[in-house]
Ligand binder design. Structure first.
Ligand code: UDP
Ligand code: MG
Length: 326
């Protein structure tokens, strides 16, 4: 077997603090893999700048002039982690035999990439990096993640437990991924659907090297909700929220009036009437809200907007690049 061409895709959003280390560690790793003849010397690292507001792109660009293995892709604006990943892998797909995706913050164990490549060479199309321990995550993050996985399981969605977006995909599985055309692609749910030969490699996740998480609680909640319904439209969701509120108030009122009654306070008819009005009202709003979720999803999908727009693509440019007028 000829050595496979590997591209490591790294989405970056405001990562100037950590990027320097990430670039040097990844290039060293790639150099070693090349030396061991595990991957081709044509292998690359593709940094996707997801509309960063700091010096991320300048760093990537400068480094790419010095180091042949480093390439950059600049998106026109911030489109989020998942879409930035897609931009990277689809740009790299044609020129690579396999693509590894990894976060810029060095939380995932880089040495695992070597095992990914070995598994690929054994014939696996998809290799999942699975976190063994989540010590670095807060109790809250672990608990909510657990809840999310259980809920998805209940809904019958096939997810790889404790796997984030650290994985290897072969050229042909990427070709299949490209056929999933939904605007909101929930990768962790979609990739198992491809169904090609897959396996997992276990590792321990570390703390973020530097910088801050780009997934605060609010974004995390939103992300899981996207995963569950694949989409959302906020006003309709608010309607649903009102429904729940009214439903619970009715339960509370019901209990309250029954208690009053038990203590001898009577007001015939009124109790049951008011309680059931709130109950039915609440249930109806919940139902409308839920239907609205899915109508909203159809609305967003029907627009078929592009998931990302590439501003500058330096992936396929020959080296040395500073001699070329871009
Ligand atoms: N990221 C991105 N676009 C965004 C938000 C995040 O490309 O809008 C990147 C970010 O630079 C990082 C990866 O996605 O490489 C994961 O983000 P982060 O580490 O903040 O998430 P966490 O590990 O805390 O869940
Ligand atoms: Mg992280």
């Amino acid at each position: 077997m000829n050595e496979p061409v590997l591209t490591i895709v790294v989405p970056c959003y405001n990562e100037e603090e950590v990027l320097h280390d990430t670039i040097s560690q990844l290039t060293n790793l790639l150099r070693e893999l090349e030396k061991e003849k595990l991957v081709s010397v044509k292998s690359k690292i593709l940094f996707v700048d997801d509309g960063s507001k700091d010096a991320t792109w300048q760093l990537i660009y400068k480094e790419s002039l010095k180091e042949e293995r480093v390439r950059g892709l600049k998106l026109s604006r911030n489109v989020g982690h998942q879409n930035a990943l897609l931009a990277g892998v689809f740009t790299a797909r044609n020129a690579s035999d396999c693509v590894v995706t990894i976060d810029a913050d060095l939380q995932d164990d880089l040495t695992v990439i070597r095992e990914f490549v070995l598994k690929f060479r054994e014939g696996f199309d998809i290799v999942y990096g699975v976190r063994q321990k989540r010590d670095s995550d807060s109790f809250f993050k672990r608990a909510t993640a657990q809840g999310f996985y259980s809920f998805m399981k209940m809904l019958g969605v096939d997810l790889v437990y404790n796997h984030a977006d650290f994985r290897l995909m072969s050229k042909r599985s990427l070709a299949e991924l490209e056929k999933f055309e939904e605007v909101n692609l929930f990768l962790r749910g979609i990739v198992p659907l491809i169904g090609y030969n897959s396996t997992s490699v276990y590792y321990d996740r570390k703390e973020r090297m530097a910088g801050e998480t780009k997934y605060p609680l609010k974004k995390m909640l939103a992300f899981s909700l996207e995963g569950i319904t694949s989409f959302s439209v906020t006003p309709i969701r608010l309607v649903m929220l009102c429904g729940f509120l009214s439903f619970f108030i009715s339960l509370f009122l019901g209990a309250y009036f029954f208690a009053l009654k038990a203590f001898g306070h009577t007001e015939t008819g009124w109790t049951s009437l008011i309680a059931s009005i709130w109950l039915i009202g609440g249930l109806q709003l919940i139902a409308i809200g839920l239907v609205g979720e899915y109508v909203g999803k159809i609305y967003k999908e029907s627009k078929r907007r592009p998931k990302y727009i590439v501003d500058i693509d330096m992936f396929n440019l020959p080296f040395p690049r500073h001699l070329i007028n871009t």
